[in-house]
Design a protein around this ligand. Sequence first.
Ligand code: PBG
Length: 325
Amino acid sequence: MQISSRPRRNRSSRGIRDLIAETTLDTSDLIAPLFFLEGKNQVVPIESMPGQNRYSVDELVKKVRDLSSLGINCVSLFPVVADGLKSKTARESYNSDGLNQIAVAEVKNACPDMIVMTDIALDPYSSDGHDGLVSDSGEVLNDETLEILAKMALAQAKAGSDILGPSDMMDGRVGYIRQALEENNFSNVSIMSYTAKYASSFYGPFRDALDSAPKAGDKKSYQMDYRNSEEALRELYLDESEGADIVMIKPGISYLDIIQKLKLNTNLPVAAYNVSGEYSMVKAASQKGWIDGEAVMIEMLTSFKRAGADMILTYFAEEMARLKS
Ligand code: PBG
């Protein structure tokens, strides 16, 4: 037999495989999304996301300290807003004494080195469960929503948030928020834009966790259509020109092509959001003994890096960091 090229030689031992490996996954690449609620001493499991909880702020602070000691540099915070505080105009979203702002301040106070990211969109605060204002005829209003987003941005920046994550997909939001930050002496606050955020069925468990599902209709008039990828470039160029610091693709696993496309077309850092449904599918199949959950987690997270993501928002952050530590 004469085979001139034998790729298997480069796979023949762990040592050579490690020398050859093109992709590395480090704890410092991971951002941990965390859910929190009112109260004290509360750790409330999220049934559809095994291993994930909603924490009262005191418990949230403890969790952030643990994550910091594991080498995680960034957390992304999501509040569970009490029903009585939800409204048509989502005014609780920019309450400077509201739960979200209190949590940011307490986390930064307890753990100043932890980078705190917060979400900008109306949905957890909106009685309509939409990311923008809903008109009487059911339309999600763009320009009227921008004003509220900017108020949220300022409230979060004032509380000490390091990175703002507009996840609402309104047109012009990054520029509008950036301008509000500049005008109010918050030019050091970063924006990680949810640049290519698709209207996806993978967000189900997240909406359970926050009780934030739309009351009517869906999010297809603002989140992207998953049949499209050129449109992601259009969103990329807008976010770049409007002052985003980091661009994000969401969801992750079904969108590796979009991650690669954005990485090849920008000089900005690229983030991937490994969303709730992707996490829950792995956990469910693993609990049934149908897959090796830990191995699948590592394979999934590595594939984001291989596709071009510089960082990954993932509910696996703690589990992965513990494996690495
Ligand atoms: C809020 C927001 C959502 C997610 C992050 N920010 C839900 C949505 O857009 O409906 C989803 C995250 C996940 O599923 O893990 N706009």
